[in-house]
Ligand binder design. Structure first.
Ligand code: URA
Length: 239
């Protein structure tokens, strides 16, 4: 249960004083009735209309986003556009934020979700695998596959053994088990390869929906959300 005015603020509909004015002015209906008391407690599954528009009151939402190059992965930034600008503002208002970081020039699968699930997916102990498709300046072969498979020593940590698959056209697919800053680029740099483009294909059990164009997003299906909770070893939480 949440106070009605707080619920509307949490859903990003306006400031507390704006919402109190709307409620007192008879512009808010709860379960069919005009509700003029801003302090009344409402359930998360209540039907709420603001100015006649039915609100999506789910406070937990999981989003799959196909990140384009050129956007910062951050909840917000004073100077540059971020991936959150691709979503309606209510998603940020309810606390959705990117799960981990992709570099500005990296494309592909980025999830956004709320606090605890987000935290657990990123916890080092969880080892949520991520697969990337990289375009390199030079091809890789058996030697690099062996180096990746034995684990790599980077400046600040030892990367766990990673699966590297050489592909035609100077491309390679790599699966890593951590998510350190610039990890994939640094691993390739350690075998004298430069990453020209990087695209994330999977995160844990989830693969980027091939039908999702670059720059677009959609909410996870129930099955996908369940898979994510399993990856995080958490009980499921619904809107
Ligand atoms: N590794 C990188 O180097 N960059 C990314 O964006 C993701 C993983």
């Amino acid at each position: 249960m949440l106070r009605l005015d707080r619920m509307l603020v949490t859903l990003g509909k306006g400031s507390r004083s704006e919402m109190q004015k709307a409620i007192r002015g008879g512009r808010v209906r709860v379960n069919g009735d005009v509700q003029r008391d801003p302090s009344v407690q409402v359930a998360e599954d209540a039907e709420i209309l603001l100015n006649g528009e039915k609100l999506d009151t789910r406070l937990t939402r999981h989003v799959m986003l196909h990140k384009p190059a050129g956007l910062l992965t951050a909840a917000r930034d004073k100077k540059q556009p971020t991936v959150m600008d691709l979503l309606p503002p209510e998603y940020a208002a309810i606390g959705c934020m990117p799960v981990g970081r992709l570099d500005k020039d990296t494309t592909g699968l980025l999830l956004t979700t709320d606090g605890e699930l987000n935290h657990r997916l990123l916890a080092p102990a969880r080892h949520v695998d991520k697969t990337y498709l990289a375009t390199l300046d030079k091809p890789v072969g058996d030697k690099e596959v062996a180096v990746f498979a034995s684990g790599l020593s980077l400046s600040d940590f030892e990367a766990a053994p990673a699966d590297l698959t050489p592909l035609p056209g100077n491309q390679a697919r790599v699966t890593i088990h951590e998510g350190k800053f610039h990890q994939v680029k640094r691993m390739f740099a350690a075998v004298e390869r430069e990453v020209l483009t990087l695209h994330r294909e999977t995160f844990g059990s989830l693969a980027l929906d091939e039908a999702l164009p670059c720059g677009q997003w959609r909410e996870l299906t129930e099955a996908e959300a369940s898979a994510l909770y399993r990856d995080a070893q958490m009980e499921e939480k619904h809107g």
